[in-house]
Design a protein around this ligand. Structure first.
Ligand code: SAM
Length: 323
């Protein structure tokens, strides 16, 4: 496996201009950043909401908390940090009676996480199999790779990585770990490369052969889709009338969830389609501020290739039940 030199690239916030323009934070507003990371988006929000505003920052990674301390010392607004899963943080804020004008999430991993070799997120570095965003969490990638049966592994690789070689890779992992446990990202990459014949790799393209499996494992280890499913209704419940919910997704599994959630809130009549007249009287709770997901401009992608798959959706909460 090729080991690249470790790079300590700063995380560049994705779709930042579009996020600010569409959510339009104003002085004095209450904002929740569910995925603080390096605080790039949070800093822009803080500038907009000013000294009368409140910015709640959430991340389950202690490395993000260190970045938060720097930001809190520099910005004028009131700030608070919650180191926990954003789904739990939103529930906690709700229980405290906090009402938000803007809640946003920038999903996935930060460059700080991917580029810190020993955290095991990247197939480019040889490191222990870890991939936990929250290092206090028990489940890590080593436990998944060595502990889940081959059918479970294949399902994870297929569902979360859309890997056409999911079965073959799971079989190869099964064979290898019967000899000894797979301990490192390098050993996992070797197993993946051995499982996918070169001709198949050429046919499917899509970059490094381990890319899909690493994405799938990361999603499984951190239960990323479970958190998103729990968080969307909690975020919505926190919003005041005119409050905005925004999400930047990095793959279709996330974007589909955000799209469906917002579309369901923007729907008026929910009567069965064969009913000639509306009997439900259901009113929309949301106005979609993005009809289609917003993608980064070619300029942004050229400057920051990691932004390539980012997709932003935003909705505004309109007068209605609970708002
Ligand atoms: C793409 S980065 C965010 C970057 C940030 N917007 C910035 O401008 O620097 C995603 C961050 O969300 C955090 N994260 C992902 N899922 C989370 C969850 N369920 N709960 C809390 N934090 C989460 C990760 O630890 C990571 O720091």
């Amino acid at each position: 496996m090729a080991i690249l030199l470790e790079m300590t690239r700063a995380h560049v916030p994705v779709l930042a201009g579009e996020l600010i323009e569409l959510t339009d934070p104003t002085p004095g507003e209450n904002v929740v950043d569910c995925t603080f990371g390096a605080g790039g988006h949070a800093r822009l929000m803080a500038e907009r909401i000013g000294p009368a505003g409140t910015l709640v920052c959430v991340d389950r990674d202690p490395a993000a908390e260190a970045r938060y301390e720097e930001l809190a010392a520099e910005v004028a607004c009131k700030t608070r940090f919650l180191r926990m899963d954003y789904a739990d943080a939103l529930d906690l804020l709700g229980a405290e009676g906090f009402r938000a004008d803007l809640v946003y999430m920038d999903l996935g991993v930060s460059s700080m996480q991917v580029d810190t070799r020993e955290r095991g997120f990247s197939y480019s570095y040889d490191a222990p199999l870890d991939m936990r965003m929250d290092p206090d969490q028990e489940l890590d990638a080593r436990a998944v790779v060595n502990g889940y049966d081959e059918r479970q592994l294949a399902r994870i690789f297929r569902r979360y990585g859309e890997d056409p070689s999911a079965n073959a890779i799971a079989r190869e992992i099964g064979l290898r770990r019967r000899r000894r446990p797979i301990e490192t990202t390098g050993e996992l990459v070797d197993a993946i490369e051995a499982a996918i014949p070169a001709a198949v790799r050429r046919r499917f393209g899509g970059g490094h052969p381990a890319k899909r499996v690493f994405q799938a494992l990361r999603i499984a280890v951190n239960d990323e889709l479970g958190s998103l499913d729990r968080a969307l209704p909690s975020a919505w419940a926190l919003l005041r009338t005119d409050g905005r919910l925004a999400a930047i997704s990095f793959h279709s599994l996330e974007d589909r969830r955000v799209k469906r959630f917002l579309a369901a809130r923007a729907r008026g009549c929910i009567c069965p389609p064969d009913l000639p007249v509306c009997a439900c009287g259901h009113e929309p709770e949301a106005e979609l501020l993005t009809r289609r997901a917003v993608a980064p401009s070619p300029g942004e992608v050229a400057d920051n290739p990691r932004s390539r798959s980012g997709r932003l959706r935003v909705a505004r909460r309109v007068e209605g039940e609970g708002a």
